[in-house]
Design a protein around this ligand. Structure first.
Ligand code: HEM
Length: 524
């Protein structure tokens, strides 16, 4: 019997045409939908002020940072900022707004469900599902498990590691000054020190420390190429044989493998009853890896992700605040003198800068806080609205990219006297009490501030910075160590410094001079 059906032929060309039409139509529908959504959002936000002559969002990065924020000031009173500003189309094709009002910022950051962290798949390549990116029940559990690691007793242990690392850096600087007369200190030098501290705090000196610093620096050697490439090309980017793609993935895998190996060794030591942290050569007590291993029920992969999260979140930010601290020291000799004299009376040269000593350095605490107020390393944090909602009287359309701008509230005269002036003494307890009373009547805010959310360098709400006490301690130990031995200065013709986001807020290209402290030289 013959088969009368026509033979099945695969017309490849036609199939490709249909596929192209399918993909093309999908693309057109998506673009049209994005356009409609954009217009709907625009309608809701039409009454908001918009900064002119600046590129939406793009100008917030790099050297136009200050102009970008200055454009959000209220022309009727330029010492204040508009509460909400439309800053134009955002990366997710929606509208982006900057919220510059502490009450509204508090409302957004407290509502973890309506306002979620923006999808950050590029960073996920490095820190996996660590605390900074996880959501929902997983985040709740992680946060609960990790919070005790930043308690008082753990920080006391870590302060010893911080002081030991600073000592090594000081030795290197002394040597350079001896050879060359001065040490030119840059953000890169301070970043290397904070990286070294976080590596030691997380893993003691159990790995080849220098290798770890090197591998981690390879991961961040090309941040812009990595972020842009990963965002536009997707996961494939991290498989291409280029340093900012496959190179990042390769070094991440190498570090993860070392952490896994170390976990095996430490678990065996624990099982054998070996006193692990002293045998490992750490000069402090338990490190973060010890603490993570000690918690029951954390899967190995999560330990790796958390360790990498701490490495990422914990060094660049602190390096930024100490770089600004160096800038203020160099430009304010009066502040430097006062800090040095406080140091001389509390921890004279030769004594270790301990956790307890840091607690007695009141002016140093005020100095670091004022530095964080003037130049918060994370000047804004982002959230995306998952539904159309209201914050105060402002409608926020679904999909809006919301910036919560610490930089603006830190510089608004509603909450600060002379907000653009560097005045560490405003943080003295008595001054805080007075300011809070003047603003709030007889019920000053809990933190002694004029408004509890007028100082938010570490974010706010349930997802605030878990490492903030660690960071404050570290910044104080670093400044105290450097200042006790060295004088900080800038050459007389140094150009005005430019603040730029790269990727934290830094004084771009700053180089300060460190020389032996005059008093020490005289004493020799
Ligand atoms: C001056 C130094 C630091 C600054 C300015 C800073 C700032 C911040 C800010 C603003 C957030 C909130 C982000 C958001 O709401 O989207 C945050 C979160 C976080 N920070 Fe820090 N940070 C610093 C140091 C550290 C250190 C030393 C560590 C760890 C050792 C750390 C670990 C984290 C983690 C894990 C989160 C995510 C918390 C969560 O989502 O539950 N940070 N940080």
């Amino acid at each position: 019997m013959s088969d009368s059906r026509p033979p099945v032929t695969l017309d490849t060309w036609k199939a490709l045409q249909y596929a192209a039409i399918g993909v093309g139509s999908y693309g057109v529908v998506r673009c049209m939908w994005a356009g409609v959504r954009y217009l709907i959002q625009l309608e809701d936000l039409k009454d908001l002020p918009r900064p002119e002559k600046l590129l939406p969002i793009v100008d917030a990065f790099g050297q136009h940072f200050s102009d970008f924020y200055n454009a959000m000031r209220d022309p009727k009173d330029p010492t204040r900022f508009h509460k909400v500003v439309n800053i134009g189309p955002s990366f997710n094709l929606g509208q982006a707004i900057s919220i510059n009002d502490p009450d509204m910022i508090a409302a957004v950051l407290e509502d973890n469900e309506t306002f979620i962290k923006p999808p950050t798949s590029a960073i996920k390549e490095i820190i996996g599902n660590g605390l900074a990116l996880s959501t929902g029940a997983v985040w709740h559990r992680q946060r609960k498990l990790l919070t005790p690691m930043f308690h008082f007793s753990a920080l006391k242990d870590v302060s010893v590691i911080m002081a030991a690392n600073c000592k090594q850096t000081l030795d290197r600087i002394h040597q350079t000054i001896k050879d060359k007369g001065a040490f030119e200190c840059t953000r890169a030098d301070l970043g290397e020190l904070t990286l070294s501290i976080i590596i030691d705090s997380a893993f003691s000196r159990s790995f080849d420390h220098d290798w770890m610093v090197w591998a981690w620096q390879r991961i961040f050697a090309y941040p812009v190429a990595f972020f842009l490439g990963r965002m536009m090309v997707g996961p494939l980017w991290c498989r291409l044989p280029i340093p900012s793609g496959g190179g990042v993935r390769f070094h991440r895998q190498q570090i993860a493998a070392k952490i896994r190996q170390e976990m095996v060794i430490r678990r065996k030591e624990r099982a054998d009853g070996v006193d692990t942290h002293t045998s490992r050569g750490s000069e402090g007590g338990k490190d973060l890896l010890d603490e993570l291993i000690a918690v029951d029920g954390i899967p190995d992969e999560m330990i790796v992700d958390e360790a990498l999260t701490f490495l990422l979140a914990g060094h660049e930010t602190t390096a930024s605040v100490v770089t600004w601290a160096m800038y203020f020291l160099a430009t304010r000799r009066d502040v430097q003198d006062r800090l040095q004299s406080e140091l001389d009376s509390v921890v004279p040269a030769g004594e270790t800068i301990t956790f307890d000593a840091i607690g007695r350095l009141d002016y140093l605490r005020c100095f670091v806080k004022e530095t964080l107020r003037m130049y918060p390393p994370v000047p804004f944090v982002g959230r995306v609205a998952t539904k159309r909602t209201h914050v105060g009287t402002q409608v926020i359309p679904k999909g809006t990219f919301v910036w919560l701008s610490a930089y603006a509230v830190h510089r608004d005269s509603t909450y600060w006297d002379e907000p653009d002036t560097f005045k560490p003494e405003r943080w003295a307890d008595a001054a805080l009490r007075e300011a809070a009373k003047e603003f709030n009547g007889e019920t000053p805010s809990r933190r002694g501030l004029r408004h509890t959310h007028s100082f938010i360098p570490f974010g706010a709400g349930p997802r605030n910075c878990i490492g903030q006490k660690f960071a404050l301690l570290e910044a104080q130990v670093m400044v105290a160590s450097l200042l006790r031995d060295f004088d900080v200065s800038l050459p007389p013709d140094y150009p005005p410094v430019i603040a730029g986001v790269a990727p934290t807020l830094v004084p771009m290209g700053l180089k300060v001079h460190l020389t032996e402290r005059k008093k020490n030289v005289a004493a020799v």
